[in-house]
Design a protein around this ligand. Structure first.
Ligand code: GDP
Length: 297
């Protein structure tokens, strides 16, 4: 059993490669929920949705969110009624968000909701929200504290940020399922996800660091040179006062990590790091990277 810690883009690319090597039933994924948001009556769990759609064979891998070939009729109508609509949600995707919202409102946990959805979509990998308690990522800006989705989707990351904060300001409890998935793992892989908004929230869940300390942990850097492959990780690392490169990622993960992998083109020098091609432009490259990672067990 291999357990991954994942956000919604970099690690899912690696998971796409892993699926060509391992049966889905041997894969567990602990997924960040810090970016979850209630939106237009639905509950979006963006990283959980991406990982779930990937394993269901439904994911739009051009964007790494949403359902491939989805229609946007509801979004088109809603945009004329709600001019503030800043996220375009596909119809099939929206149906999942509405079902999740209904179940959560009826008292079901996010873990149970995710199991329910995974079983509906025939997913046999174990997909686990990091916590059943909210731990929402906000960024502090001159406009006030705004949800990370607003910062990234509405303002396209163009606003200056002075801090990353989480609401509520207390460690969320990891679920028993999360603890077990780490305990049962032969190795834990921290995929090349955003260290600040995807991985740190998972590491913040109570008990996760203690469980990881007992395990072999392999981490892959999402940075090549002085920038991430995509997304706002550089601004966020700087806000956290870490270097915006692989040395910063290594420092952030500190003693949790046994093997640190950085890209073979990376100009940042991380002592002891393994150099591999981590730029997953195709599933074949991701599969090759995953095979190389498995030789480091
Ligand atoms: P989010 O939830 O959508 O922010 O997705 P993640 O946190 O899972 O992934 C975002 C990170 O993935 C960014 O920091 C990117 O640099 C990284 N990333 C995306 N594609 C690749 C890739 O092919 N290789 C590597 N090494 N990192 C990648």
């Amino acid at each position: 059993m291999i357990t991954f810690l994942s956000g919604g883009t970099g690690t899912p690319k690696l998971l796409e490669g892993a699926r060509n090597i391992l049966p889905d039933s041997e894969i567990s994924v602990i997924v960040n929920t810090g970016e979850d948001i209630w939106y237009q009556g639905g509950h979006i769990s963006p990283d959980v949705d991406t990982v779930m759609y990937l394993f269901a064979g439904l994911l739009n891998t051009d964007t790494w969110w949403g359902v491939r070939g989805d229609s946007f009729l509801t979004h088109e109508v809603l945009s004329t009624l709600l001019p503030d609509a800043y996220m375009s949600i596909g119809d099939r995707d929206r149906a999942v968000h509405i079902a999740r919202a209904e179940w959560l409102k009826n008292g079901m946990t996010l873990t149970r909701v995710t199991q329910h959805l995974c079983s509906h979509f025939g997913v046999t990998a174990t997909i686990l929200p990091m916590s059943d308690s909210p731990y929402t990522t906000y960024v502090r800006t001159a406009k006030g504290d705004i949800h990370f989705q607003e910062y990234w989707v509405r303002y396209r990351g163009s606003t200056e940020i002075s801090a990353v904060i989480h609401v509520p300001d207390e460690q969320p409890p990891a679920t028993p399922e999360v603890t077990l998935a780490i305990r049962k793992a032969d190795v834990v892989i921290i995929g090349p996800s955003n260290p600040v908004t995807s991985i740190l929230p998972i590491l913040s869940c109570t008990g996760v660091r203690e469980e990881l300390a007992q395990k072999k942990v392999i981490a892959i850097s999402p940075f090549i040179g002085d920038g991430p492959v995509s997304g706002p990780a550089a601004q966020l690392m700087k806000t956290m006062e870490y270097p915006a490169d692989s040395t910063g990622v290594r420092a952030l993960y500190a003693d949790l990590v046994d093997v640190f992998i950085q890209d073979e083109r990376d100009t940042a020098q991380v002592p002891g790091a393994v150099r591999l091609d981590t730029l997953m432009k195709t599933p074949a490259i991701a599969e090759h990277l995953m095979r190389e990672i498995l030789t480091r067990l």
